[in-house]
Design a protein around this ligand. Structure first.
Ligand code: 4GY
Length: 255
């Protein structure tokens, strides 16, 4: 799969692209990443890429022309890649999630546009961008860090990315619940013991405990996920019990 990164700061990707897993995927041809520097498509001697916003207000806006030419340059090589998508990373986008990562992993090519300044000229979004996606409700200085997150989320779904031995564990988002807590040796660390059940060797008890921990965590931290989660009748009974512990005046033995 080919990723084109359209950015004013290509150097920000240096260490990321050399990092072990991504680096291996690049040399193993599982992944190809091309950098397109927007600055190379400016047309004045100062190589200006930003301008003041029409209507006034603070900050600067990424000029449409250099960005348009940069995106078109990316598309221009190998324009015949069957399935290609141009995506802008922006807090104003639709939320990026695991289902989006799966969708992108099926493409031949993803063009990631990294904005800077206060934003990108809206006409770029209307003409050259297929969709805007957000990594979360916070504002960064540019789309480069979110672009790396998207590459990592998508790349690990590509066949051959992690080698034959390790397979992708998508449990958390395949059934829509948060993961259970993990422990490794030693069985006591700074006075905190590994839950007994995990040392019991009783796999049925372990599975039940893990399922309940997943339900409890999701209930406490991400109740919004429960609406879409795949739940059994037993799960729903457990959740109803958690909920009854939340009633005002009900006994609460947890912490
Ligand atoms: N949050 N999710 C995000 C971001 C920076 C102004 C457009 C985010 O995806 N991207 O904060 N991006 C902005 C900065 C121009 C990109």
């Amino acid at each position: 799969m080919l990723f084109d990164l359209v950015t004013l700061f290509p150097d920000l990707f240096d260490s990321f692209l050399r990092s072990s897993l991504i680096g291996k995927a690049l040399s193993g041809n599982v992944l190809e990443i091309r950098l397109v520097n927007i600055r190379d498509f400016t047309s004045d001697r100062h190589r200006t890429a930003d301008d003041r916003p029409y209507g006034g207000g603070p900050g600067m806006v990424l000029m449409p022309s250099p960005l348009a030419r940069a995106i078109e340059s990316a598309r221009g090589n190998e324009p015949d890649r069957a399935e290609s998508r141009t995506v802008l990373l922006s807090p104003a986008g639709r939320p990026f999630d695991q289902s989006k990562a799966i969708e992108y992993a099926a493409l031949d090519r993803l063009i990631l546009v990294c904005g800077r300044y206060e934003g990108v000229d809206e006409r770029i979004c209307q003409t050259l961008v297929d969709e805007e996606i957000s990594l979360g409700d916070f504002v960064l200085s540019g789309g480069e860090v979110p672009a790396m997150a998207v590459i990592e989320a998508v790349a690990r779904l590509l066949p051959g990315f992690m080698g034959a031995a390790a397979s992708v564990n998508e449990e958390t988002f395949s059934d829509g619940l948060l993961e259970y807590p993990q422990y490794t040796r030693p069985d006591s660390f700074r006075g905190l013991d590994v839950p007994e059940v995990l040392l019991s060797g009783n796999h049925e008890a372990i599975n039940t405990w893990r399922r309940r921990m997943r339900l409890r965590r999701t209930y406490e931290r991400r109740p919004d996920l429960l609406a879409e989660a795949k739940l059994t009748d037993t799960d729903r009974k457990f959740l109803a019990m958690l909920d009854s512990e939340q009633e005002p005046g009900a006994a609460n033995n947890k912490s």
